[in-house]
Every structure is written in structure tokens, then in C-alpha cells.
Ligand binder design. Structure first.
Ligand SMILES: [Zn+2]
Length: 189
């Protein structure tokens, strides 16, 4: 026969709950509120400022595969259609192979979908492409990826110029060339 659990209403002694906060109000750091002042939130402005927002932690290796040799730069994509704009940012660090794979994917997406709002055409997509170019150069300078045990770097895939969607960018480039040519023709007429 098993012993039934103690009934707290039976008058039998109840074991103390070891997980209950025994003295929730007994804070050794609490100060009695000063008369005339509302109690201040104690030490709120000093609470856990660590890690310091400006402190540079040592690079922990590739975010994707754990390879120790990694460049701490983000990879971006921009999508702009009429009034809808989206900014995609994948924060590093990434190793050579993962970084180049992401640059290729995100750059192709931007070349395909980045041109279809005015601000995107003039500002955000050129910026995104330039950013990814710089990131690509940084990743290219890294040694070959050595992923952590049990992890796989991303497949680099074909280069951007071998991805058909990238050629959608020809349309806005032709249009921009046409606009510029007309402006020049107007100015020189
Ligand atoms: Zn990697």
C-alpha cells in the first residue's frame, strides 16, 4: 500500500516546498522608501550593462558552419516594388564559403527585385550591390572554409552572372540609360 499525499487541509504536517520563495519580500538590498519620495526602481539604469554595446567580442567563427576563419561583415538584399521596400540583412561573421554563397543568393535577389521603386532604383539597390561587392571581396580573402565538426558550409552555387534572374537588372539599366540619354539630348539640343 502506498502512502497518499498529505492533504493540506487534514491538519497533518505539510512538507515545506523547497522551491517556494521563502521570504520574497526580504531583499537585503532593498531600502525603505524615503518619506515624501516614491520608491525608485533600484539600480535599473545600472542593471546588467554587460556585454558593453561597443565592446567587440572576439569573432566566434562562421555563424553558419562554425569555421574559425570568418569575416565579420553582413550580407544584404534589397527589395523595392512600388511603395513596398524590404531590407534584408544577414549579420556575420561568415566564412569564405558561406559568405560567398550568401552574397551570390542575396545579390541575385536584389538584381531581380531591387529596382521597382524610385528610391530603390536610385539609392538602396546601388548601395546594396556595392555593399555586397565589398563583402564578397572580404570573404574572398579568407582561407578555404574549415567547418566545425558535424557542420556543413553553404554550397556556393553558380556565380551571379550564371543565374538567369540576375539579368532582370538589364531592364532598369536600359531604362536608366535611355533616361540619361534623353536628358543629355535635351540639354544639348
Ligand atoms: Zn561557414
Amino acid at each position: 500500500m502506498t502512502t497518499p499525499p498529505p492533504n493540506p487541509y487534514s491538519g497533518a504536517p505539510v512538507l515545506p516546498n523547497p522551491y517556494a520563495g521563502a521570504h520574497p519580500t526580504q531583499n537585503p538590498y532593498a531600502q525603505p522608501p524615503a518619506p515624501g519620495h516614491p520608491p525608485m526602481p533600484q539600480h535599473q539604469q545600472y542593471a546588467a550593462p554587460y556585454p558593453h554595446p561597443h565592446a567587440q567580442a572576439p569573432a566566434p567563427g562562421c555563424r553558419n558552419c562554425g569555421a574559425p576563419e570568418a569575416a565579420n561583415i553582413a550580407v544584404r538584399a534589397h527589395v523595392g516594388v512600388l511603395i513596398m521596400m524590404r531590407f534584408h540583412t544577414l549579420k556575420g561573421p561568415f566564412c569564405r564559403q558561406c559568405g560567398r554563397s550568401l552574397v551570390r543568393t542575396m545579390t541575385t535577389k536584389t538584381l531581380f527585385q531591387g529596382w521597382w521603386s524610385p528610391l530603390s532604383l536610385v539609392v538602396f539597390t546601388p548601395f546594396t550591390l556595392l555593399w555586397n561587392l565589398i563583402a564578397s571581396i572580404k570573404f574572398g580573402k579568407l582561407p578555404p572554409s574549415e567547418p566545425a565538426p558535424g557542420r556543413q558550409p553553404l554550397d556556393e552555387g553558380p556565380p551571379v552572372y550564371a543565374r538567369p534572374l540576375a539579368y532582370v537588372a538589364i531592364v532598369p539599366l536600359l531604362w536608366a540609360t535611355w533616361v540619361v540619354a534623353n536628358v543629355i539630348a535635351d540639354l544639348t539640343a
